[in-house]
Structures are given as C-alpha cells and as structure tokens.
Design a protein around this ligand. Structure first.
Ligand SMILES: NC(=O)c1ccc[n+]([C@@H]2O[C@H](COP(=O)([O-])OP(=O)(O)OC[C@H]3O[C@@H](n4cnc5c(N)ncnc54)[C@H](O)[C@@H]3O)[C@@H](O)[C@H]2O)c1
Length: 450
C-alpha cells in the first residue's frame, strides 16, 4: 500500500487514538512509562498491527525494518508524523520521538532504547527473529504460526524462559469476548463434560498455484534477507507476496498452521491443554496440484485424540458441509465447536452459538473467571511488558498448538496412516524415516540464528 493510501486508511484509527487512546495505568520500562517498540515486517499484517499498537498512547514506535525499502520508509514517516501530531496536543502526557527506518534487522535489534519487538514477517522468519530479539533482551509480539518445525518452537521456548522474556503469540482471538465465553462455558462444564472438539479453517482450493517463471528482483528490495534462513530460489512474481509466503513450503507449512493456529488455539484453551496436546492422529489431506509455486497442504481432515479421551476433529473448509453444516446456523470458513455431554457451544469471529442459547447469557463477577481475560491483544502485551505478568497467549501455549498443525502436516506428507505423540517428552512415538526427516530444517548462513 502506498503511503498516501496508508495515511488515508489509518486516519480514522488515528483520530480515535488521539481522542480516546487505550490508556494503561501501570508504570513502564522507559523512565516516563512508555514502552519503546520496534517493528520487523510491515507488509499486510505488519501495517495492521502498527495501527493497533499506535492506538496505545504509551507505545512509542522507534524503529522499523522491512527488506522492502519503500515499506519501511513510508511506515516510519507515518509514525513520525503521528508522534509529531501527538506532541502538538497539550493534553497528551508523553513526548514522542522520531521513528527510524533501519537498513537491517540487526541495527533495529541493536537499538538499546527498544524494549519490545513486533514480528510480522513471513513464517520462516518468526522463530529466528524472535530468538534474536529475546537474546538481545527484548520482549516479543510474534505473529502466528510459530515455527517451520516443532523443534524451532521448542528452541524459542527455551530461550524465552531462560531470558524471562514476555512473548505474546499473535492468536488474537483469545482477546475477544465470544472466544473467551466459549472457553469459559466449556471449562465450567456448562455443556456437560467435554467430549469432542471441531476445529476448522480455510484451506485453499483455487486453481491458480503461483508462477514459477524467474523474473528480476525489483529495485529497493533485499531478496536475500527476505529468503533469510530458507533455501535460495529464483525470484518469481508470486514468491514474496503474502500468498507466496503462506503457501510455499520453503517458507511455511501452509494454512494447516497459518490459519489452523487460530481455531486450534481456542480448542486448546477450552480443553485446558495449553501444556499438552493430542496423543493420536489419523487422517487424510492433499497438497496443491504439482507444477506451480505453491506446494503446501491445502486440504486436510484429521482426527486426533487427547489422553483425557477428548476427541478433536481438525479440518479445512472443504469439509464444512460434511461436518458442521447440520448442527449450527451461519457457518463461517473457520470456527471451533466444543461438544459436551449435554450440548455444544460454537464460536467464530462473526458470533457465538450454542445448543441452548440461554447459555450465552452467562455472566460472572470480574475477577472470578476461570479463563484469562484480555480485551485487547496488543494492549495485553504492553501491559505485560510493564508488569512482567504472563500474557494471554504464552510461548508455552504457542508451541503446543503449533505442534498440532505440524503433526497433522507430518502425518499427511509422510503418507502414514497414524501418528502417535508423547506430550510429556514432546516426541513422536516410533517415527517413520519420512517423519524423522521433517523434524529439522537446515538454516542458510549467515541467517542461521537458531
Ligand atoms: N494474526 C492474524 O490474524 C494474521 C493475519 C494475517 C497474517 N498473519 C501473519 O502475519 C505474517 C505476515 O503475513 P503478511 O500477510 O503480512 O505477509 P506480507 O508478505 O504482506 O508481509 C511480510 C513482510 O515481512 C517482510 N520481511 C521479510 N523478511 C523480513 C525480515 N527478515 N525482517 C523484517 N521484515 C521482513 C516482507 O518484506 C514483508 O513486507 C504471516 O506469518 C501471517 O501468518 C497473521
């Protein structure tokens, strides 16, 4: 998006930010209570997050890096303009500095003034940059999905614990009341004892599978950094777009993790299994048709089972008519349903439904909730950076939900009929050679941060 359009599109949000900012009360890292933030990756999601964070008056964005020079420059100019306007407002309690466009992620991470980093890069960079940021003493807000392998998530988790860093995972559905309500009703057994979960999200079934024709890399774009730890491949029209980064296996495992992260995160929450996961996996799936650039799984139908006997059915949108079409109204392309011994509750971003609609009138005195309450995902992160309390979507929860996507991916790509997982040791039980091969990805130098 060009700068002018970006400014136009954010004008409304900015006005809200100036008039009624989301005010946080606890004391901050900087001497005056602000949290200094840096941004790595300001494409589609990164600029949306930039807007969300800029609505928080105790956030000062001091640096931005993106391999697209125009993106980092435009966003840094925009932030600096917002800061300047705020400084002109005599009712605002903070003073804001200029935002710098850095020419490398290392330069941004070297800036000692920066307390926290927001990472919205393609998936293959999530863990390496989070690791480097935590190692540099920063807290991290990182987009989902987590790693390109289960191992990557585990490596990051160890580093986060070692450095006592705050890490918020970008599964923002937990900070929405309807998702909280579905989890709270389930945990309180208002639908009876939990027996089964349906979790579904978009796969991909378009005919277009991305151009493989090499073309020159555009000026002002550092393709080598974009590729980073991933293998070197020719630049093509679709490779460095959002879709290219979601559906190319060198850079992602596909929507089984990229979108699956959201309904799985809610499933894990309602099942109270943020420190565990299913022990058995069976299922089928398919990849994009060969010949194009996109080569991740685009369709899956996976049956899992937790050690507590709860069954989970995780599938892509192609299977909605078969599985969700008949029990709830207005089915969206994504959602999570909890089935208990007495009924069900089903939630997506458009709403919440239950077998007994009376259940949805549930209220509770603040402070007595069983499930963590956050009403603003980015605000919750900033609050935790200040208070050092754990955020709503921790690294521990992230590793476990991401593992479910990976095990589904491994099951399908290895062609096995079943996969068994030990959630204590966090290992596949008796992996086949094909499964073992998928547990590790080499990291290209000099980007081999992990
Ligand atoms: N939470 C959500 O609801 C949500 C929604 C959309 C996307 N996402 C996630 O956000 C991430 C980005 O997706 P997108 O659609 O914005 O893709 P995008 O391609 O539009 O943006 C990614 C940006 O990261 C930049 N980048 C690449 N390597 C970098 C590096 N080393 N340092 C800094 N920047 C780098 C790219 O140049 C690009 O501008 C994905 O992981 C995606 O899964 C999350």
């Amino acid at each position: 998006m060009k700068r002018r359009q970006f400014i136009h599109n954010t004008a409304r949000g900015l006005a809200v930010g100036m008039v009624a900012p989301y005010i946080l009360t606890s004391c901050g890292n900087s001497s005056d209570g602000k949290v200094n933030v840096g941004f790595l990756g300001v494409g589609g999601r990164g600029q949306a997050l930039l807007k969300h964070f800029m609505l928080l008056d105790d956030v000062q964005v001091l640096g931005i890096y993106d391999p697209f020079e125009d993106r980092r420059n435009d966003r840094a100019v925009w932030v600096s303009e917002v800061h300047e306007k705020r400084n002109a407002n005599k009712d605002i309690k903070f003073k804001y500095e200029k935002c710098m466009a850095h020419d490398s992620y290392a330069a941004l991470l070297d800036d000692k003034r920066i307390d926290a980093v927001v990472i919205a890069t393609p998936d293959h960079w999530h863990v390496p940059l989070s690791y480097a940021a935590v190692d540099a003493g920063k807290d991290v807000y990182v987009e989902k999905p987590l790693g390109l392998t289960i191992e990557q998530g585990q490596i990051l988790r160890k580093k986060v614990h070692e450095k006592k860093a705050i890490l918020q995972y970008g599964t923002q559905q937990r900070s929405n009341r309807n998702f909280w309500l579905a989890a709270e009703l389930t945990v309180r057994e208002k639908i009876g004892k939990l027996e089964r979960i349906d979790a579904w999200c978009p796969g991909q079934n378009r005919e277009y599978t991305g151009s493989t024709e090499p073309i020159p890399v555009p000026g002002g774009f550092d393709y080598d950094v974009w590729l980073g730890p991933a293998p070197v491949t020719p630049y093509t029209k679709d490779r460095c777009t959002s879709e290219g980064s979601w559906y190319v296996y060198d850079n992602a495992i596909g929507f089984i993790a990229g979108w699956g992260a959201h309904p799985l995160d809610i499933a894990q929450w309602g099942n109270q299994s943020d420190d565990s996961g299913p022990v058995k996996y069976r299922g089928t799936g398919s990849l994009f048709p060969p010949g194009g650039l996109f080569d991740t799984i685009n369709d899956w139908d996976i049956h899992c089972e937790y050690a507590n006997g709860v069954k989970m059915h995780f599938f892509s949108h192609q299977h909605i008519p078969e599985y969700v079409g008949d029990y709830r109204p207005d089915v969206k392309l994504h959602g999570t349903t909890f089935w208990g011994s007495n009924g069900w509750v089903s939630v997506d971003r458009a709403g919440i439904h239950a077998s007994d609609p009376e259940l949805l009138k549930f209220t509770i005195e603040p402070g007595r909730e069983k499930c963590y309450v956050s009403t603003h995902h980015q605000g919750n992160f900033i609050e935790c950076v200040k208070s050092r309390k754990q955020p709503i979507c921790t690294i521990d929860a992230a590793v476990r939900s991401d593992t479910i996507s990976h095990l589904g991916n491994i099951l399908i790509r290895s062609g096995a009929s079943e996969l068994r997982w030990d959630p204590e040791k966090e290992e596949i039980i008796d992996p086949t050679p094909a499964m073992k091969e998928m547990l590790h990805r080499p990291q290209r130098k000099p980007y081999d941060i992990i």
